[in-house]
Design a protein around this ligand. Structure first.
Ligand SMILES: Cc1ncc(COP(=O)(O)O)c(C=O)c1O
Length: 457
């Protein structure tokens, strides 16, 4: 009995002294009185630090309850599914949503549309962006930002992101040409861009600013909502976004002219219904939002503030909980342009290299922590410009309808045109901050981070 105990202690002691030899290589670490494998990485067969996987990262989607159900039922019972007409005299939910959204953001106008991409397209049309124009987008954004620019006949020009993983205002000036018409900052992963600096560059060069706020509904910069700094702001209500209607979008602006143009472009009927002057009329497409979408979005909008509050709280807990370890390991967090304004949807940190990021991510996943990498050269993901192959290779939809042919100069793209962005994104590790993470989840996530980063980073 005593002999077995001594032997177990001895083995435990020997193994405890084994440490990581090189980045990406690690050994099993034993601790405890009787050699129990408390610190063994789950990827090596140890018990996961976290008892259960992260809750699904659909902040608004997971908050859907009887309120959204009742709102949808009301629309169905009223048989009022189309914003302009129905059999009875019931009020339009889309109209109500536009009013409430504008009030929520503190802007004069909001135009509801059927998707975030449509919001960008209408926003660009509102600003008069078209063939021959160039629009600057960041290297890290969903391909829709660039595709929307192409859809109005203009070409996207890609600018570097900085340590905040957002458009670097210093790089914008390098990308401006006599043909630049607008700048499209994107508040990626809930974080606010440096809008004052971006606006200063825009005003200096007489450029328009269209904010892509698809991923940052509820975020703010210096006390003012993201999406309300530029000439127009565009939001998405697609299911992955902070609040959702499954699909949906919104264009906001303080300029009557831009609102009228966005309104007309989104829908030819609306232009007539609103009684715009005949000489103002322009043709429109159909990007209308349905009444069911609006009914859901109205309820979701009422939940936005609490969702953002809860995500911010969890983001703070995770960041402060891992701050010492990060310091010790030389790990830095994504820079924040306004920590109080960040919507809190994630925590992103940079490790030493893409190899370490990959090993950390894999080991965290095994611990039941939903970590993800933001850029891998061989793993196609349309959130990074380097993977926008159809754009980089300038593949047009029709021989004569090619925005790159309409450009006023030769446009050349390459996989490596924003090396700093790829370098940063390649060694970034992303953790979701669901509002449904319990205190226990956060504690266990911190234990998992401790275990993994000590072994792998
Ligand atoms: C940054 C960004 N811009 C635009 C969009 C487009 O939004 P939607 O999917 O609603 O068209 C998305 C959505 O994925 C996005 O993440």
């Amino acid at each position: 009995m005593f002999g077995t105990f001594v032997l177990r202690e001895l083995i435990g002691h020997i193994i405890t002294t084994l440490q990581r030899e090189a980045p990406g290589t690690w050994f099993i670490k034993f601790q405890g009185e009787n050699g129990m494998s408390q610190d063994q990485l789950a990827i090596h067969g140890g018990a996961p630090a976290k008892q259960r996987p992260d809750p699904p990262m659909y902040p608004g989607g997971m908050a859907i309850d009887h309120e959204e159900e009742a709102a949808v039922l009301e629309v169905l019972r009223n048989k009022h599914l189309y914003r302009y007409t129905g059999p009875y005299k019931t009020a339009s939910k889309v109209e109500q949503l536009e009013k409430t959204f504008a009030e929520n953001k503190g802007v004069r106008y909001a135009q509801a549309v059927n998707a975030g991409t449509s919001a960008l397209i209408c926003g660009l049309a509102a600003l008069g962006v078209g063939p021959g124009d160039e629009v600057i987008v960041p290297a890290f954004t969903w391909i829709a930002s660039a595709a929307a620019i192409l859809s109005v006949g203009a070409v996207p020009i890609v600018a570097e992101v900085d340590e905040s993983l957002l458009m670097d205002p210093n790089d914008i000036e390098q990308k401006i040409t006599p043909y630049t018409k607008a700048i499209m900052p994107v508040h990626m992963r809930g974080a606010p861009c440096r809008m004052d600096e971006i606006l200063a560059v825009a005003r200096k060069h007489n450029l328009k600013v269209i904010e892509d706020t698809a991923q940052a509904n509820g975020a703010s910069y210096k006390g003012k909502y993201c999406g309300t700094w530029g000439d127009v702001g565009c939001f998405s209500l697609q299911f992955n976004k902070i609040i959702t209607a499954g699909e949906g979008g919104m264009v906001v602006t303080n300029e009557e002219e831009y609102w009228k143009r966005a309104c007309m472009f989104h829908d030819p009927i609306g232009a007539l219904n609103r009684g715009f002057a005949t000489e103002e009329l322009r043709y429109g497409i159909n990007f209308r939002m349905t009444e069911i979408q609006a009914a859901i979005a109205l309820v979701q909008l009422s939940k936005l503030e609490n969702l953002v509050r809860d995500m911010r709280e969890r983001q703070r807990m995770l960041k402060s909980g891992m701050a010492d370890l990060a310091k010790q390991k030389g790990i830095t967090f994504r820079a924040s342009n306004d920590p109080d304004g960040d919507a809190g949807i994630c925590t992103i940190f940079f490790v030493e290299s893409p190899e370490v990021a990959k090993n950390v991510t894999k080991a965290l996943n095994a611990e039941n922590i939903g970590a993800a990498m933001l850029y891998e050269r061989d793993n196609i993901d349309y959130h990074v410009y380097a993977h926008w192959v159809p754009i980089i290779e300038q593949r047009a939809w029709a021989a004569g309808g090619d925005p790159w042919k309409w450009a006023k100069r030769d446009i050349n793209y390459s996989h490596d045109m924003c090396p700093r962005s790829l370098e940063l994104l390649g060694r970034a590790v992303h953790l979701d901050c669901s509002p449904l993470l319990s205190n226990e989840d956060v504690e266990e996530t911190l234990e998992g981070l401790d275990k993994v980063l000590n072994a792998v980073a």
